[in-house]
Write a protein that binds this ligand. Sequence first.
Ligand code: AKG
Ligand code: FE2
Length: 167
Amino acid sequence: MEADGFRNAAIGRGVQSQVNTGVRRDEIAWIEAQSHTARLWLEWAERLRLHLNRHLYLGLFSFESHFARYQPGQFYQTHLDAFRGRSNRVVTLLTYLNHDWLKQHGGELLIYPDNRSESPVALGVSVASVLPALGTLVVFLSDRFPHEVLPATRPRLSVAGWFRLNE
Ligand SMILES: O=C(O)CCC(=O)C(=O)O
Ligand SMILES: [Fe+2]
């Protein structure tokens, strides 16, 4: 654990969790209710959870969230946040803490087509390219949209969160 609370991000959970720097190079810090801002974020997520359950009947049970810090050149290769039958992450939230982020800084989040789509999709072509700029919020179903983080020329701070089903 670094002095500032960040540590190397691992892949997988519990005993299967491992740090694999070939896939992801970022550092993370879990968000608990450690500050007023953190509490506001968790309260906002709780209201969104109730709203999604009320209107989309998703049965979301809990929320977990972390900061992630990518140093220049670091990345996260294409992955899904959940696998059918193996994880209970249902909805992914991403938001960014980077002022004045320009296209030339790179660091895009690339989102690939829904893996259950019926229509033929061009392999390897993203459906969205998102600059990690302050004020942007991305929401998608965790087990359906592969995504990756491209390297940036500046440090890149994000907040990721997942609504989960009951374990
Ligand atoms: O920081 C991002 O844009 C995405 C991070 C991500 O995909 C993850 O933490 O699972
Ligand atoms: Fe992800």
